[in-house]
Design a protein around this ligand. Structure first.
Ligand code: KG4
Ligand code: ZN
Length: 351
């Protein structure tokens, strides 16, 4: 039964990942080599450093994924799937060049995968009964978008952020508060001891007739002004000195609540707008415990079925790439050795 196995490879940002998935559903292995330690000293992902780290890790990570899948040989695979977009171009190239070299030398099909669609498919991996059409919000470090997912390649954007992604807003706020990188998990941790009502941060674009667009840059600026005073000529996002631990906790909790309020309300409106009852949320920010609680409460109020992947499938991983690769292969989509990489996402010229 090895013929239905796809090896997925993911290198779009700062995680080098490989996984083996059988029949698009059964995850036999999923290996992620995180570069968090590497990028911590800069407080964010440095593309050139990410590429070099991908180069060093990619083959050992692939080998480990095959090993953990019961010692599969490359020749046992049905295909190799790889993320081609969106992402850091140099980082994507490492994955695509590796996948292509392996596939072409073995005569296996090579399948391209859209990273954001893979985050959607991760929700289906976790909820096997979840079938299109459904509403899916992908909230990560680089993207915050709501789709009406109509099936393979059919990602209708209902709304997206006009500026920063929610994950980026978490990451920048953590830097301002002197909390460690990556910011999302450390804001969430600090928030556990804080009062979400301590500071009233802005919630953009929530007026009754607003579209499903979002904006998080004003929130970030509000935190900066709160810390440094309006009109400060301070540059960059270096840590704030002299904050008491309780102040940090209160700011973190209030800031997190502002982001969560917006995400939950936009998803509620997207469900009402489409009339769809199945809603899913993926991407790294979907690991956030407060967001998960508030989404569950909203879904209950609205009578929606909420599909949340476990945290390991919310953050970047290659199981979602292999799963979508299998589906694309079966549908004859994106199959071929010439796979172009692209930095931009859904709705762009190369999407
Ligand atoms: O999907 P992902 O792993 O990578 C991208 O494709 O961007 O998402 C990473 C983002 C980062 O901004 C990180 O701070 C955020 O997800 N994140 C969280 C949490 N865990 C990760 N944000 C809020 N709360 C969390 N628990
Ligand atoms: Zn991602």
């Amino acid at each position: 039964m090895t013929q239905r196995c796809v090896l997925g490879i993911e290198t779009s940002c700062d995680d080098t990942a490989a996984a083996v998935v059988r029949g698009g559903r059964e995850v036999l292995s999923s290996v992620v080599a995180s570069q968090t330690e590497l990028h911590r000293r800069w407080g964010g992902v440095v593309p050139e450093a990410a590429c070099r780290a991908h180069l060093a890790s990619i083959l050992p990570v692939v080998e480990e994924a095959l090993e953990r899948a019961g010692g599969l040989a490359l020749g046992d695979l049905a295909a190799i799937a790889v993320t081609t977009r969106p992402g850091l171009v140099g980082a994507l190239l490492v994955g695509v060049a590796t996948a292509r070299a392996l596939a072409q030398s073995l005569g296996l099909p090579l399948v391209g995968v859209h990273h954001l669609e893979a985050h959607v498919v991760a929700c289906q991996l976790a909820s096997p009964a979840l079938e299109p059409p459904f509403v899916c919000m992908v909230v990560s470090g680089g993207h915050t978008e709501i789709y009406r997912y109509g099936g393979l390649g059919r990602m209708e954007v209902l709304g997206r952020t006009r500026d920063d992604a929610a994950g980026e807003a978490f990451d920048k706020a953590a830097a301002m508060l002197g909390l460690p990188y990556p910011g999302g998990p450390s804001i969430a941790k600090a928030a556990e001891r804080g009062d979400p009502k301590a500071v009233r941060f802005p919630r953009a674009l929530l007026q009754p007739r607003a579209s499903l667009e979002m904006s998080f840059s004003g929130l970030k600026t509000a935190l900066l002004y709160r810390l440094k005073g309006v009109g400060s000529r301070r540059e960059g996002f270096g840590p704030a000195a002299d904050l008491a631990p309780q102040e940090v906790a209160d700011l973190a909790a209030s800031y997190q609540e502002a982001i969560v309020d917006v995400l939950v309300e936009k998803l509620r409106r997207a469900a009402r707008h489409t009339g769809l009852r199945d809603v899913a949320v993926g991407g790294g920010v979907a690991c956030n415990v407060r967001l998960r609680e508030r989404l569950a409460a909203m879904a209950e109020q609205e009578g929606l079925r909420l599909h949340l992947a476990p945290p390991a499938w919310c953050t970047d991983n290659a199981a979602m790439v292999a799963a979508l690769g299998w589906r694309n292969l079966e549908a004859g989509l994106e199959v071929g050795y010439e796979q172009a990489v692209c930095a931009s996402g859904v709705g762009s010229r190369c999407a």
